[in-house]
Design a protein around this ligand. Structure first.
Ligand code: NDP
Length: 333
């Protein structure tokens, strides 16, 4: 079992006299900054002078440009998009780090794939929430907290772990629990979910839609049945609440009988799916995905834009828009 840390393992006191600079005030930055301040810590915000910087000022934080915030800080938390981070780190962060500072990453990506190499005289840790930014704030306010992956990547002061856990406590994460996980493993799990589990799941959904529409069922009804009604999403929520198997008890007996008797037929698909998933996992682990996305940005971005355009022109996107309007779902209502 990996080590799991809770509130009782962390002491906010180790950050009492330290200044924490949040670099970036977006999804994670804003929520983490507000949580840390509510936990009684001394927070400043470093941002380029535009709308996010203005929002930080409006929320009452001392703000400055990134370089200046890093110069004032004992702890630097990097909360800007991963693809922008290496350049910002090189030009604004690294030159302003002092020996004994702590650098906190919310994602292992740039360290795992050698895109950022911090100097040896600073502590480097991971505090990666398993929660979107809005949830980081909401779950702090409700008292529930949220889980994170944490680890010490590099120890310079002998105090890295204590400071990392204090940050995790300050943002509200040790209330739920923080699991120890290396930067490389965190990045790999995250990318695998995005690149293998998500697309494989999406392919199954698309196959069911294609089959039912080809069989003559109205697209709007098919989408409503498969995901728009929220019934399936609710079953997923229940998996989290009561467990993957136990949630089946919430479905009718007809549903349960059909699921278990017919479900066995799809088992043969496991091996080919596993084979494709292994290919994706290997590309992530070897760093070849990171090379493609981070080191060949112009080519990768051009391909990304092309695929995005094709995606938005699929018949499925039009059916989705029609059904969403008809049933007044989400932002179409
Ligand atoms: P955002 O996209 O929300 O970051 C926006 C912030 O970054 C804004 O302050 C923006 O400034 C600033 N920014 C954008 N581009 C640049 C640039 N080129 N130079 C300097 N500043 C820039 O990021 P997230 O909060 O989504 O992600 C931050 C970190 O948290 C990442 O490491 C991510 O992997 C991790 N993470 C994110 C999660 C999520 O749910 N989003 C979940 C867990 C971890 P402005 O708007 O003023 O331009």
């Amino acid at each position: 079992m990996a080590e799991i840390y809770h509130d009782s393992d962390a002491d906010l006191g180790v950050l009492e006299d330290q200044t924490i600079a949040l670099v970036g005030y977006g999804n994670q930055g804003r929520s983490q900054a507000l949580n840390l301040r509510d936990s009684g810590l001394n927070v400043i915000v470093g941002n380029i002078e535009d709308h996010a910087g203005a929002a930080a000022k409006e929320d009452g934080f001392p703000t400055s440009d990134i370089a200046d915030a890093c110069k004032q800080a004992d702890v630097v938390m990097l909360l800007i998009p991963d693809e922008a981070m290496p350049e910002v780190f090189k030009t604004d962060v690294a030159p302003n780090l002092a020996p004994g500072n702590l650098v906190v990453f919310a994602s292992g990506y740039n360290i795992a794939f050698d895109l950022i190499m911090p100097p040896a005289y600073v502590d480097v840790t991971l505090v990666a929430p398993r929660m979107i930014g809005v949830g980081v704030r909401e779950n702090f306010l409700s008292g529930a907290g949220f889980p994170s992956f944490v680890s010490v990547h590099h120890e310079a002061t002998g105090n890295a772990k204590a400071r990392m856990l204090a940050i995790a406590k300050g943002i509200g994460s040790t209330r739920a629990g923080c699991i120890e996980m290396s930067m490389h493993d965190e990045a790999t799990l995250d990318l695998f979910t995005e690149q293998a589990f998500g697309p494989a799941f999406g392919r199954v959904l698309m196959t069911a839609i294609e089959l039912l529409v080809e069989a003559g069922y109205p697209p709007e009804a098919v989408l409503l049945e498969l995901y728009l009604s929220g019934e399936f999403a609710y079953a997923f929520e229940q998996m989290r609440e009561v467990g993957m198997m136990k949630q089946m008890d919430f479905h009718s007996r007809t549903s349960q009988y059909g699921t278990v008797t017919r479900g066995a037929r799809f088992m043969a698909l496991s091996e080919p799916i596993k084979e494709k998933m292994s290919e994706v996992l290997e590309e992530i682990r070897s760093g070849s995905f990171a090379d493609e996305w981070s080191k060949q940005q112009p080519t990768a971005v051009a391909l990304f834009e092309k695929i995005r355009e094709a995606r938005d022109n699929m018949p499925m996107a039009k059916w989705d828009a029609v059904a969403r309007t008809a049933f007044k779902i989400g932002n179409a209502g």
